[in-house]
Design a binder for this molecule. Structure first.
Ligand code: EPU
Length: 347
């Protein structure tokens, strides 16, 4: 979609297009939802449209139709790694939460859709005596979100067990071999504008009791070292790659546990978690606190922290062509906490 096309698409036309696509594909499309309802931090502004497909085919078709109609969209899983700002978000959110189906096991392989719960998949796999993802148990997200960011914990990363990933291209489902994707630390080569629909994982048979014990151990360690039941998005910043430094430890050493900005607070349990509290908490509170942390770490430790959570600005995402070229710089800008001027021009 070109920037011009995006500009010329007035809201009424866009609304008609979205309604038409939803009706044709038989998917639910809702107005007036808020990121505060759809993300684990429980903050963030209104969303123009939320489109909720229920199958991988519907999701692929919806993404293709929105692209064809030049309607800007973004995809959301469980919303457990997203901080969306407080303004009105003038684009379509395609939520993958309903695209869950069943996990289909075949020997050491399991095929699963993007909206399936990651903790549930870990439990299913362990019951079948399949090892490879037990460390991921307890990461509160969807399989799609985990794939998107190569989620990891306690020695396991999802990218290492991916045989193929299904993505939407031109309205259809395309299967991409896992080795064609770059699986980096909390980052992959998937691009904004690309929709991950599901994956086939290749696990390994092992003693079910041993897998169960490892799952229990990672759960115990998580419960001991990370806040649970709190409104958070997991670790807020990445650990500085290759440095051996722990961001949580650095923030803790600066005495910032318990530090507060409005309804956002640095967790007392793990300093790399920002939690929100109360009805009045705002995304801007969490962002102000995060920026304060970055400034302190920059000043006192000489380290530039990169965001691990995704910061979603209320501007419409750029066109898919433009995104291919700018997604990484936009991400880098977001990571640097700068306002994304290039993206602003695209509004
Ligand atoms: N530490 C402190 N104070 C704190 C937090 C940590 O002193 O407030 C110390 C710990 O005592 C430990 C060291 O820092 O000596 C490392 O802490 P931890 O074991 O909790 O690991 P981490 O590097 O902080 C990473 C991931 C987590 C993942 C855990 C377990 C990142 C940014 N974080 O945390 O992932 O669950 O290891 O594998 O990579 C996430 O991705 O959202 C996330 C939480």
């Amino acid at each position: 979609m070109t920037v011009e096309a995006q500009k010329s698409l007035d809201r009424e036309t866009r609304d008609r297009l979205v309604e038409g696509i939803a009706a044709r594909l038989g998917v639910r499309a809702e107005r007036g939802r808020r990121f505060a309802e759809l993300t684990s931090l429980r903050v963030g502004g209104e969303i123009d449209w939320v489109v909720a497909p229920e199958t991988e085919e519907q999701a692929a078709a919806a993404a293709g139709a929105l692209d064809e109609a030049d309607v800007p969209w973004r995809v959301l899983g469980a919303g457990s790694n997203v901080l969306a700002d407080d303004e009105r978000h003038g684009y379509v959110v395609v939520t993958m939460r309903e695209v869950k189906g069943e996990a289909r096991f075949d020997g050491e392989r399991v095929s699963v859709s993007a909206g399936y719960s990651l903790p549930r998949l870990c439990v299913d796999a362990a019951r079948k005596g399949l090892s490879g993802i037990e460390g991921l148990n307890g990461i509160p997200g969807t399989v799609g979100g985990a794939l998107w960011m190569n989620a990891g914990a306690f020695g396991h990363e999802i990218g290492t067990v991916v045989e193929t990933v299904r993505v939407a291209r031109g309205g259809r489902i395309v299967e991409v071999p896992g080795e064609k994707i770059k699986w980096d630390y909390r980052h992959t080569s998937f691009r904004d504008g690309e929709l991950v629909l599901g994956a086939t994982l290749r696990l390994k048979f092992d003693d079910a009791e041993k897998i169960g014990a490892r799952m229990e151990e990672s759960k115990r360690r998580r419960m001991e070292t990370q806040p649970h039941g709190a409104r958070s998005a997991g670790c807020f910043f990445k650990n500085p790659p290759g440095s051996g430094l722990s961001t949580g430890k650095m923030i803790d050493e600066l005495g910032l546990k318990g530090e507060r900005r409005g309804g956002a607070r640095v967790s007392d349990v793990h300093a790399n978690f920002i939690v929100t509290e109360g009805e009045d908490a705002r995304a801007s509170d969490a962002l102000a606190l995060a920026e304060e942390i970055r400034a302190r770490i920059r000043r006192e430790r000489g380290v530039e922290l990169e965001y691990e959570v995704e910061l979603w600005r209320s501007r419409a995402p750029e066109s898919s062509e433009a995104q291919d070229a700018t997604a990484d710089s936009a991400r880098a800008n977001d990571a640097a906490g700068q306002t994304d001027d290039a993206a602003k021009e695209g509004q």
